[in-house]
Design a protein around this ligand. Sequence first.
Ligand code: HEM
Length: 495
Amino acid sequence: RVIQNLARRRKPLPPGPRGLPLVGNLFDVPKTQDWLWYIKMSRKYDSDIISVNLAGNTVIVLNSLTAANDLLENRSSIYSDRPPFPMLIDLVGFHWHIAFMRYGPRWKEHRKVFMKQFQPSEVLLHRPKELKAARVLLRLFLDSPHKYERHMRHMAGMIILSTAYGIDILEENDPYVGISEKALQAMASAANPGAYLVDSLPILKYVPECFPGARFKKQAREWFKVVDIMPHLPYDFVKTARAAGTAQSSIASRVLDEIQENAEDDVRRDHELTLKNVLGTCYAGADTTVSALGTFILAMTMYPEVQKKAQAAIDEVVGRDRLPDFEDSIPYIDALVHEVLRWRPVTPLSVTHAVMEDDIYKGYHIPAGSVVVGNAWAILHDEATYGPKTDEFVPERWLTADGKLNTEMPDSSPAFGFGRRICPGRDMAQWSVWISAASILSVFNINKSLDKQGMPIEPPGEYTSGMLCYPIPHECDITPRSKAAEEMIRRAQLA
Ligand code: HEM
């Protein structure tokens, strides 16, 4: 084995730009949209696998579906760890979040509990809550269309908090939404690759707060206050509601019933802690759904002809006198959801994995402990896989000539990551986006706003840049397709 390891180490690292002493490529990698820079490097070195050195840490970037599948999927037994994330975990306190747990028994236990609640058969149980939230979304769009981003956030929060905890959230200033949003803002900032030097030089986490340049520690301490209580607050709500006999059906209640029946005190405590962490993690999923819905609104504003085709497809199946339901089969909307996830992936560089053992791929050495990144943007924009004009929003690329979903083609799953860490909420997420998109288009038109001269305002199509990216809300006009549509939205609230 020793000889094998020595032989591996003699192989070169995957190609990449030469860095400076000590800092390596720390200042070469751009702070924003680094996925585009990695594509450029991949072309420059004519290799779908490249490496950079960030202050001594090797980062391996996989820029093709083949490379991502070969390593993250087919060798997942050694490629499913996470890097240590000193800022996010040790300082900001996200140690309870499944997505950032190291590979091992603790992660496996959490993932098992999560998967059980979000496997496709269980997701069917959550549909009534998704449908209710989609209908509330329509009414909110009707009342204040310009606040569409806030309403989509409300909808995603409503689905997750009612599914996970049986909490009916308030339309304004809900305390559970408030705390979760604050924690997620902290996550978005702290997980931003390259944003904090402490992630490259973990020793910095020990410097005192008063030390020059240690402002990040003060910031982390502020964030810690909300991040630490985020999973506890809604969980305590369920426990109180159960004691009072007022708890609504929810994942928390169902799992608590099972736990109460079977376990000894200390086993039960462990199970409860796992459950609390799993449920806390769910809200982060809500945030990704908001990003995908924002991309949907952007695409509909930019591509009116796609919008018209989608509406025609809905009208053909659903008609104009009821709202869409999960039972409706509308392949054009299936295609549109895939295209939303592909065109502007929510996590363009996915979430970083780490490799646990030395490995060799295509003759290159991948050292144990390297960070391994699947460049989801590069993969989902590869014309060899997804056809021409991948920068354009074209749902037809997912359809056969007779308008059915093309099952021969790879789907949009790289948007949800890879291998053993692939997003376990993806089924639920896709259905949330599906029902929202179908419901919105069945009753609303989304058009470019007009400026003072009556000219259409082109949406800038800007996104935030980080691990999770969100479209920056743009001006658009969201108006009911007819008086009857408006009445249908109001009636649906009373049902
Ligand atoms: C459009 C919506 C969503 C997108 C694009 C998305 C994307 C992702 C990605 C890229 C990962 C990392 C996978 C990897 O490391 O290879 C991930 C992980 C995860 N997602 Fe999602 N997600 C979405 C919605 C959701 C929802 C709704 C939930 C919960 C109900 C959820 C729960 C999780 C969890 C728990 C993990 C961590 C998995 C692990 O590390 O084992 N996600 N997601």
